[in-house]
Design a protein around this ligand. Structure first.
Ligand SMILES: [Zn+2]
Ligand SMILES: [Zn+2]
Length: 150
């Protein structure tokens, strides 16, 4: 004859299982959030185009403008693309620099460089409004001919 667990033990298990499921979900969300780059605190944003020599650069340091541009970054993960990028943007914070390689549909956060490549690069979809901000800035440099997508 199979021994039944006492009622109080069954009740404990019934309570503990959902709690553990919720905790596991929270831990996953937390780990995910932690992995996502944080752009707040940026004091300077620099866009670079490596296409013709010399490289072109646009640097934004006006706090209001920096905040507006940062506000357009809403990231969703996507698979890596094989497209080649001529554009990079760096976000400089007092104690950190975030480097991003991008095109009109990719926003690849590069992470630390090791042996000439970026083993921790994370791929996100290009936020449309962020690309628009970049396009506006690039096109306002009428004598520089930046390679921007319409
Ligand atoms: Zn692509
Ligand atoms: Zn791309």
């Amino acid at each position: 004859m199979k021994a039944e667990k006492p009622a109080h033990v069954r009740k404990l298990i019934m309570t503990a299982v959902p709690v553990l499921v919720v905790l596991a979900a929270l831990a996953t969300v937390w780990a995910w959030k932690r992995a996502a780059p944080v752009f707040s605190g940026t004091v300077s944003i620099t866009f670079t185009e490596r296409y013709d020599q010399p490289d072109k650069k646009i640097t934004v340091t006006d706090p209001k403008e920096v905040r507006r541009i940062i506000g357009t970054i809403h990231l969703t993960r996507k698979d890596a693309c094989s497209c080649s990028h001529v554009h990079e943007v760096t976000f400089d914070k007092p104690a950190e620099r975030i480097e991003v390689s991008f095109c009109d549909h990719c926003f690849a956060v590069l992470g630390a460089k090791k042996n000439g490549w970026y083993p921790n690069a994370r791929d996100y979809s290009m936020p449309k409004e962020f690309y628009s901000e970049f396009r506006e800035l690039a096109l306002s440099r009428t004598n520089e001919h930046w390679h921007v997508q319409p």
